[in-house]
Design a binder for this molecule. Structure first.
Ligand code: NAD
Length: 334
């Protein structure tokens, strides 16, 4: 029988995890939880998901036209794994609920490492999550960094990473955040916490980061500079990246994040998503013994296949990380 998955918090990340789980043959969605009967709740209902809600809002859901299947507690009682995709900081409050129900739980990058005690990236530390009750899938930026740093470290030994993160200031559906016309160093005090979050997955990596917010909703862009222990050439790095299962080498006249998002739509990806790191092939350069390159990260979707792999590791449906990655990728069309 399939592993039963519940999604608590059906927003940007939650709705994508629900659809990705549905595409797998070894797991299924038994319900999703929304706090309000908005358009996303109606779409979930129309897609055939059982829509659950907060205990005191079940009647509101019903009167709005969604025959709610019950409360979040009811949903959790039915699940083997809950994927908590509530806004950063809220998920922490749900831990007691999951412990009480004896259900496994996955949190997202907005929560602290200590909450789960295991921060996850499928390529870098799949085995660490085997059989675990609690796992945190790291943020979109940390996921993107792990995917390039881990193989470089395995192959050449990473001595030091320096990265500047140019961050989208809001998701496309977000009308509350900004700026809409400024460049914001964030944080101003350096280094930023973003890069060092990689250490929650690969503890020995030496990494420093700076970050700025830009008036765009289309992807994050990283400028990386990496020193390695062993000698390697530009061609070596390009070849290493090209064979990674979740890195896409970008060329063909693509010169911006806007064109990458257009590519995702042209490829017929659900919601135009780009699940892979997008590394500009022509940017990959060894210069005076150090590596430089640009990569773009689709914040709304790069963590989605990682959540699927985390479910598989925690429930031990598959013990081999590379096999899980291949299975997830094939089912999603990645
Ligand atoms: P979101 O705001 O788009 O969605 C959160 C959903 O949870 C909303 O539908 C909200 O109504 C619902 N919710 C709020 N309180 C709830 C509660 N108590 N119980 C059940 N549902 C509740 O947020 P998001 O962007 O999907 O982020 C979710 C998590 O994923 C955060 O930890 C975030 O840091 C992380 N993350 C976000 C991105 C991104 O770029 N959007 C990327 C990677 C990781």
């Amino acid at each position: 029988s399939k592993v039963k998955v519940a999604i608590n918090g059906y927003g940007t990340i939650g709705k994508r995890v629900a659809d990705a789980v549905t595409m797998q043959d070894d797991m299924e969605i038994i319900g999703i939880a929304k706090t309000r009967p908005n358009y996303e709740a109606f779409v979930a209902h129309d897609k055939g998901y059982n829509v659950y809600t907060l205990a005191d809002r079940v009647d509101d859901m019903k009167s709005a036209g969604i025959p709610a299947a019950g409360s979040i507690d009811d949903m959790i009682a039915e699940a083997d794994v809950v994927v908590d995709c509530t806004p950063g900081g809220i998920g922490e409050k749900n831990k007691a609920l999951y412990e009480k129900a004896g259900v496994k739980a996955i949190w997202q990058g907005g929560e602290k490492h200590e909450l789960a005690g295991c921060s996850f990236n499928a390529e870098a530390n799949y085995e660490e999550a085997l059989g675990r009750d609690f796992v945190r899938v790291v943020s979109c930026n940390t996921t993107g960094l792990c995917r390039v740093i881990y193989p470089l470290d395995q192959e050449y030994g990473v001595k030091k990473v320096r990265v500047t993160l140019m961050r989208r200031s809001a998701d496309p559906n977000d009308v509350k955040n900004g700026p809409i016309n400024a460049i914001v160093p964030n944080p101003i005090k350096l280094p930023s916490h973003h890069g060092p979050d990689v250490k929650s997955v690969i503890p020995h990596i030496n990494i420093a980061s700076t970050a700025v917010k830009l008036p765009t909703t289309l992807m994050h862009l990283h400028t990386l500079n990496i020193e390695m222990e062993k000698d390697c050439s530009t061609e070596d790095v390009k070849a290493l990246f090209a064979k990674q299962p979740r890195i896409r080498m970008i060329g063909q006249g693509i010169g911006s994040t806007a064109e990458i998002m257009e590519l995702g739509k042209d490829m017929g990806r659900p919601r135009g998503d780009m699940w892979e790191n997008c590394v500009w092939e022509d940017s990959v350069t060894m210069y005076e013994g150090e590596l430089y390159f640009f990569q773009a990260i689709h914040q709304e979707s790069d963590v989605i296949p990682e959540n699927v792999d985390a479910i598989r590791a925690m429930t031990e449906l598959e013990k081999d990380g590379a096999k899980s990655i291949a299975k997830t990728n094939k089912a999603m069309g990645l």
